[in-house]
Design a protein. Sequence first.
Length: 610
Amino acid sequence: MKRKRALRIVVTFALVGFAAAWLYSRGREATDNSNAHEDATPVATLDDDNAADVIPGELVVEFKDGESRDQIAALGAKLGVTFEPASSYADRDEVYTVDTSDAEHVLAELRADTADVEAADYQFVYGLPEDALAAEDEAVPTPERVDPTEKGFPNDPKFKFQWHMDQIHAKDTWKNAQGDGVIVAVIDTGVAKVPDLAQTEIVPGWNFVNNTSNATDDHGHGTHVAGTIAQSTHNGIGVAGVAFNAKIMPIKVLSARGSGSVSGIAEGIRWATDHGAKVINMSLGGPMASSVLAKAVKYAHDKGVTVVCAAGNDGRGKVSYPAAYPGAIAVAATQFDESTTFYSNWGKEIDLAAPGGNTRVDQNGDGMMDGVLQNTIVPGDISRNDYLLFMGTSMASPHVAGVAALVISQGVTDPDAVEKVLKDTARPSKMKKDDGQNRYGAGLVDAAAAVKRAKMDFGGYELGIAFAGAALLLMRLRRLGKLGAGLGFAGFVTLVMGSSGLFFLPTFGLPGASLVVHGLPEWDLGLGGIHGNLLLYSALIPVGAALLLYGRPKLRGLIAGLAIGVGAHLVFHAFFRTTELSLVPHALQSTWLALNALVSFATGYAVLRK
């Protein structure tokens, strides 16, 4: 009889958990589909309007994973062409190019070969949206590291000219999140180590223009973009960045002239994904759809990378690629008064808006044109660096990429969940004039609201589930007359630490150790590991603690609290799917979390039972 009662409790928890997870996933699917981009993979076509943007006679081909060099050579012999690796990374990503005098015929044959070929297109050339800029000279002193909690934060002297940071409420969130450890790939013209990036960690990247590990900027655009994301902040010089403790991965796919091939950009996306990037920013694009590039964006998204792209600067109702691809967050540009800019593209694919600036006006009257201000090398004279005002959707996109890094640093790593947080917390523009054209998407990105949702709101949910679960188990055991000593103070502490941690500390100006502000499964955030560690996101620690310490009655409350807390954390993530787990297929992650939550709660129940 006792076993039957215990079994009924376990089954009830399982059924309720799975039902709630199913209902939530269905609701989330409906919400996502209502705002989704078109699912069909775009296919490139060649006409008079885009012929000038194609490398004559060159095609780009992505072969199926595992396709050998011999198989590729055999297909080339059959078609009378020779496939060349797009770069030294081609053995991994299977991207090749081919020169042919009969491009149309060869392309048709390749697209028909669905057994060997994943995607094939003309070799389109993408580039930078045209940016306007103005320079301002500044003598740059030697930077000093200053305590981020010091009064007057940030102490960067030109922060007062960064109206764009105020527009996204960046300063309001820095006491809660700085993007610690999140790798953001800047797929652009490269990144130069200018003085105001001195404290920003630059991780190894790759140069797909020259096929080398040297991804230094020789234009200025990529460094400016990187500055918006993670400019060294509160260092006594220059300006600030959105997620200043994030790491920048430079991926050079555009030349000093600001242009690059579809094959190079596609390889850049895959390289960044395979080398640890959690966010990709692409402030580049073109009007032509490419299935090869669309597949690369999907690859990154499916591997847990949030992809953020500029919508384009054509001032028309057609979003550029890659921003228009499924799996990418398309960003429109606003100016100081929060209206969308004269150059910003719009359309159904726009997801969010962010500051892109307008160097033609000084709406705030601060004596400087209202561009986006960052430290970069000077275009046309890359031997110098300066603080430059750029404008464009190129500048809007890295604001969103930076906020995405802030959200990810709080443990929300699933790309769909990151996008949902950004959209759900976006605010309406005070100058909103959509005219039914979807110029803003979900609204203006709001860093403070996004981080609050990712940490404070989600932490509250985790703790609430833990208290509810504990109450249900204790009440059930009391009714059965089988309750032991209960949780006690130690059990309460481990319940909190297992479920949510002291997530509220940063709100009171108490940053706290990175471990104690997260529930136990998220401790990999503070330990520097890959977030979504399968061992932490399981019942292993509660079960192990129970097996080792159950024989010590005074510790049973502590063990039960830990088990219930971890179970609550896993229940939350099974429902909301905010974290991408390592080693578990995406489709099975909710099942994994729900089953381990069930085991954790059952462990707590068993430990509390007399």
